[in-house]
Write a protein that binds this ligand. Structure first.
Ligand code: MHF
Ligand SMILES: O=c1ccn([C@H]2C[C@H](O)[C@@H](COP(=O)(O)O)O2)c(=O)[nH]1
Length: 283
């Protein structure tokens, strides 16, 4: 929580205003932030200075791991976070690649679980990684990447957290996640939970001990219309003690995660937070 608030304060104190063409808004921006989550010691990075809808964050990540392409599938699982980009993004609505209502296009898991190769075949990066790690193999390239510039126009957005690199030291699993662009008030609130969750769940289904997750952010920003709420409300609050996160121990394989898992298989215990804050969202 402290590292999150420190980043927010750093943007307020040192950020530079940058005009963003895609959204038509200006963003107070810093370059480079490195966050670390100690999954081994259960330090769940849930924001307490406003109410955080952590289930929505987990649903989004499970949707990526399942390779969802429709905002409807994300909604059924428990998150509305893809509705606006699928259905209110003017550039995407005009795209010949959009397959109709709720289509988000070839984004995130669609890319990573069906990586296009030169000969037209597809590679499921996640299955390969899970197979390797389960056998204790780390080939120094266990990388789940969603970043394929050749097909950007087939999606409503380029992936923000675009790379998740897993590593083994003995029986301990580590994760380095990289994010190119970060909406700190809204997106990061979810992304921290997602990086922690990804290491915890992959460790569980590969039979490894989770170690630390390292989260690198390149462009970290606060949109102009979010600044007042962050500076004058959220940053004036005292953080509360962190909760703990539990995963149903019956989840043992990637197939379990793909088939029967719901948000009821995850629990947060001892979560106390300040009042919700409704930050403006930029499509
Ligand atoms: N501008 C922008 N920021 C983002 O964080 C973002 C995008 N676009 N586009 C793609 C995804 C969608 N994400 C989202 C979308 C909405 C919320 C959101 O509205 N959060 C509210 C309510 C959550 C809920 O009720 O489930 C929040 O208070 O956290 C968060 C992340 C993260 N990503
Ligand atoms: O997981 C996510 C997904 C998106 N975001 C934010 C970061 C930016 O504010 C927008 C994406 O806009 P780009 O013009 O494509 O950079 O969404 C996030 O923080 N986390």
């Amino acid at each position: 929580m402290k590292q999150y608030l420190d980043l927010c304060q750093r943007i307020v104190d040192e950020g530079v205003w940058v005009d963003n063409k895609r959204t038509g808004k200006k963003c107070l921006t810093v370059i480079n932030a490195d966050l670390t989550y100690d999954v081994a010691n259960g330090e769940f990075p849930l924001v307490t200075t406003r109410k955080s809808f952590w289930k929505s964050a987990i649903a989004e990540m499970i949707g990526y791991l399942r390779g969802y392409q429709s905002a409807e599938d994300f909604r059924k699982l428990g998150t509305k976070t893809w509705d606006a980009n699928a259905n209110d993004n003017a550039v995407w609505l005009a795209s010949p690649h959009r397959k109709g209502t709720d289509d988000i296009g070839e984004a995130y898991g669609v890319v990573g679980r069906g990586w296009r190769t030169a000969d037209g075949s597809r590679i499921d990066l996640l299955s390969q990684i899970i197979d390797d790690l389960s056998q204790g193999i780390d080939n120094r390239g266990e990388i789940l990447t969603f970043y394929n510039p050749g097909i950007f126009e087939r999606a409503c957005l380029r992936p923000c957290m675009y790379s998740h690199h897993f590593s083994l030291l003995g029986d301990t699993l580590y994760l380095n996640s990289t994010q190119r662009s970060c909406d700190v008030p809204l997106g990061l609130n979810f992304n921290m939970v997602q990086v922690y969750f990804l290491l915890a769940i992959v460790a569980q289904i590969t039979g490894k001990k989770p170690g630390k997750a390292y989260h690198k952010i390149v462009n970290a920003h606060i949109y102009g219309d979010q600044l007042e709420l962050m500076r004058d409300v959220q940053l004036k609050r005292e953080p509360l003690s962190p909760p703990t996160f539990k995963i149903n121990p019956d989840i043992k394989t990637l197939e379990d995660l793909e088939t029967w898992v719901t948000l009821d298989d995850f629990e947060v215990e001892g979560y106390e937070s300040h009042e919700p804050i409704k930050y403006p969202f930029s499509v």
